[in-house]
Design a protein around this ligand. Structure first.
Ligand SMILES: *Cc1c(COP(=O)(O)O)cnc(C)c1O
Length: 320
C-alpha cells in the first residue's frame, strides 16, 4: 500500500506555495460547449510563470527539502524549468542534468532561470545517473517530475483552485503522463466532491501509464515522437505513488491520435490559446466526440505552453 497524498497534504501545500504561484484564469469556451453538449471551461494553467503547472509541485518540493546543498533533476522540459525557478526563488542552487542531445533552446531556458545546465553523456539515462550521484555524493536533493509526495501535493493545489473557481464542475479532464498532475488534482477534487469524474487523456503513441494500467503494474514501452511531447517518457518500473493513485482515482482514460491532438491545438489557437500539444488533449477529446458535458460542467486543464513556435506554426497550417 503506497503512502497516499491526502487532502490535508494538499491544503498545507497551498498555504506553503500560495504566494509563489499564480492563481490562473479560467474561461468558458462557447465553441467547445456547443460540441460537448454542456458547459466547457478552460483552466489556463499555462499562464504560470514558467509556462506550465509544474511550478506548483516543484515549488512545494523545494519548500520542503530542508538543509541541502541544492536541488537537482534530470528533466529538461517543464519540470526542469519549474525546479530552476523554484530554487532561485528560494535562493538555493539548482543543477539540471541533461544529455548532449538536448536542443540549445531548452538548455537556454534552464540557464536563463539561473540554474546550472549540466551536460552528461548521450542519453537521458546517463543524465539521470548524474542527478543520483549529486544526491549521493554532494548533498543535493533529487526532485523527480511526478513520483514524489510533495510534487503530487503541489500539483493537487490546482484541484483546489478549480473547485474554488468552478464549484459545480462535474468532470475534470487531465493530460496524463507520469500521473503527478492527475493524482494530485484527483486526490483534492474527490476528497471534496466524491461524485466528480476524473478523465485522463494521453496520446496513443507511447503512453506508458495506459500500458501499465492495462497489465496491472508499471512497465516500460518504447517512446515514440508525439505532438504531445510533454506526455512522453516512462512512469518508472519502481513507481511508488502515481501508478496506484491514478489506477484508484481515474474514472476514464481517453487515448488520442496525433491528428486529434493537432485538431485540439488548432481549435484552441483560434480561441487565442497559444499552447503546447500536451495541453490541447482535452480539446482534442471533445472534438473527437469522446468527451461530453451533458451531465454537467466539464473542465479542461490547459497544462502548458512550451512549444517550439516554428512547430506550432507548422501545425496551424495543417488541414483542420
Ligand atoms: C508534465 C506535463 C503533463 C503531465 O503531467 P504528469 O504529472 O507527468 O502526468 C501535462 N502537460 C504538461 C504541459 C506537462 O508539462
Amino acid at each position: 500500500m503506497p503512502d497516499v497524498v491526502t487532502l490535508d497534504d494538499i491544503m498545507a501545500a497551498r498555504d506553503r506555495i500560495g504566494d509563489q504561484v499564480r492563481i490562473t484564469p479560467f474561461q468558458p469556451s462557447a465553441s467547445l460547449s456547443q460540441i460537448a453538449g454542456g458547459p466547457v471551461w478552460l483552466k489556463c494553467e499555462y499562464r504560470q510563470a514558467t509556462g506550465a503547472f509544474k511550478l506548483r509541485g516543484a515549488t512545494n518540493a523545494v519548500a520542503r527539502v530542508g538543509k541541502v546543498a541544492g536541488v537537482t533533476t534530470a528533466s529538461t522540459g517543464n519540470h526542469g524549468r519549474a525546479l530552476a525557478h523554484a530554487a532561485r526563488a528560494k535562493g538555493i542552487p539548482a543543477i539540471i542534468c541533461m544529455s548532449r542531445l538536448v536542443p540549445q533552446n531548452k538548455l537556454d531556458a534552464i540557464t536563463e532561470l539561473g540554474a546550472e545546465a549540466r551536460i552528461i553523456g548521450d542519453s537521458q539515462d546517463e543524465a539521470f545517473l548524474e542527478a543520483i550521484r549529486l544526491q549521493r555524493d554532494e548533498g543535493f536533493a533529487l526532485i523527480p517530475p511526478f513520483d514524489h509526495s510533495d510534487v503530487i501535493a503541489g500539483q493537487g493545489t490546482l484541484g483546489l483552485e478549480i473547485l474554488d473557481q468552478i464549484p459545480d464542475a462535474a468532470t475534470i479532464a487531465i493530460p496524463l503522463s507520469g500521473g503527478g498532475l492527475l493524482a494530485g488534482v484527483a486526490a483534492a477534487a474527490k476528497a471534496l466532491r466524491p461524485d466528480i469524474r476524473i478523465v485522463g487523456i494521453s496520446m496513443e503513441r507511447g503512453a506508458a501509464m495506459a500500458a501499465s494500467l492495462d497489465v496491472g503494474h508499471p512497465i516500460e514501452i518504447p517512446e515514440l515522437p508525439t505532438l504531445a511531447d510533454s506526455l512522453g517518457g516512462g512512469i518508472g518500473l519502481k513507481n511508488r505513488l502515481t501508478f496506484a493513485m491514478v489506477r484508484d482515482l481515474m474514472d476514464d482514460l481517453i487515448l488520442l491520435t496525433e491528428d486529434q491532438i493537432a485538431d485540439g491545438l488548432r481549435h484552441l489557437a483560434r480561441d487565442g490559446h497559444m499552447i503546447e500539444g500536451a495541453a490541447a488533449v482535452g480539446a482534442g477529446a471533445v472534438l473527437s466526440g469522446r468527451l461530453r458535458a451533458d451531465y454537467g460542467p466539464l473542465v479542461l486543464i490547459l497544462s502548458g505552453e512550451n512549444i517550439d513556435p516554428l512547430r506550432h506554426a507548422e501545425i496551424m497550417k495543417g488541414t483542420p
